[in-house]
Design a protein around this ligand. Sequence first.
Ligand code: PEP
Length: 239
Amino acid sequence: MVEHFPEGEKLVLIAANWKMYKTTVEARAFCAAFTPPPGVDVVLAPPYTALHGVLEAGITVYAQSVHWEDEGAFTGEISAPMLLELGVQGALVGHSERRQYFGETDETVALRAAHALESGLGVIACVGELEAEREQGATEDVLRRQLSVLERHDDLVVAYEPVWAIGTGKTATPDQAQEAHAFIKSLLDVPVLYGGSVKPENAGEILSLPGVDGALVGGASLEAGSFSAICEAASRLAS
Ligand code: PEP
């Protein structure tokens, strides 16, 4: 079980999604330059090949996905027992890049999340609308559909990541983020992270919004300096 969501305390979780960046050597160099600040739960999600490099540094590590079977003929996948054996504490599921490029659906997200949680892994399940869906006023319908396959669990965290804000430099306005977080929490009582072009310059404002329990960070998590600055902003709010 994950031990980094202490009961009764306000969660401020900053998770790094490194996507398909960093060799083991690069991951070790990052960890040598990065110290998690007090009051913040930090999770790094490196590529599978760099998991052990980050684990060595004593930082909480999540995989970027996990399969719903413990083993089998599933080329290219990784299972919960394989991750647990390494000391990995959780996994992202349903990232929009998985949905967009690798055929991930709400059904496979549900299977992955449920099995990971049953196996004792923490889960950060990603949801969020496309730009066209927001423009059509369908944001809540999309979130309702994506969340309908998930069940509340102590080790489940949702990341609200409007797809139009991922890697684009665009961020949701404070009102848009607050509204979406409140809507998600009305459907599923779990901590909700914001993701989408979070950087040192906007982290303080985003993290101080009601209903925002932390951030999932892509681009700005690749460099120890900028990721540290985001974690420091979270630490100031937590104290
Ligand atoms: C992500 O990939 O989850 C993400 C939020 O990326 P970025 O911070 O680069 O927008």
